[in-house]
Ligand binder design. Structure first.
Ligand code: IMP
Ligand code: MG
Length: 185
């Protein structure tokens, strides 16, 4: 990998602008607030990728909710899934008979969310739904679709607004496509 010192220079193109993200996140937040108003909902942030989306989304949800954080990953440092899903941090609270909304940055192979849903289902919640900022349906390896989705994108490796390559670029305000020379060996 050839990650440069200037992150803007490593971006080939902006796929989704800051303005487009903010408008869509507001819409999603309003829709979710309407769907969850009056329900006992725990919104779970999947660390680290969803952290930026999560903090914007919950501030657009004008309803009672609790926040929890979980770290689960199917990725090493590269751009392809390893197929290995690992729980690095579990949530701190009981979810029995409570509504669960899982917030994820992107659904790619679908392995991460499918594993996480199975795990949380075994704790008998009232319901489990997923919201992803991005969906790459072309890459799916299991039978799962997000219940709520910000944007459907083509099969390109993207960074920004929480999404990373080897830990970098999460703090970009937009979602962009990296120049191939950045992640080629
Ligand atoms: P899945 O288990 O293959 O669906 O992978 C989901 C996880 O892979 C996401 O939470 C991301 O962390 C990571 N991921 C998938 N595609 C991309 C991408 O284009 N850029 C950055 N991370 C990605
Ligand atoms: Mg992630």
């Amino acid at each position: 990998m050839n990650i440069g010192q200037d992150m803007q220079k490593d971006i080939l193109k902006v796929l989704i602008s800051e303005e487009e993200i903010s408008a869509r996140v507001k819409e999603l937040g309003e829709q979710l607030a309407n769907d969850y108003r009056g329900k006992d909902v725990i919104v779970i942030c999947v660390l680290k990728g969803a952290c930026v989306f999560f903090t914007d989304l919950v501030r657009n949800m004008d309803c009672q909710l609790e926040m929890e954080f979980m770290a689960i990953s199917s990725y090493g440092g590269g751009t392809k899934t390893s197929g290995v899903v690992r729980i690095a941090k579990d949530i701190d609270t009981s979810i029995t008979n409570r509504h669960i909304l899982i917030v994820e940055d992107i659904m790619d192979s679908g392995l991460t969310l499918s594993h996480m849903k199975k795990l949380l289902e075994s704790r008998s919640p009232a319901s489990i739904k997923t919201v992803c900022l991005l969906d790459k349906p072309e890459r799916r390896e299991c039978d799962i679709t997000p219940d709520y989705c910000g944007f459907t994108i083509p099969n390109e490796f993207v960074v920004g607004y929480g999404l990373d390559l080897a830990g970098f670029y999460r703090n970009l305000k937009y979602v962009g496509v990296l120049k191939p020379e950045v992640y080629s060996e």
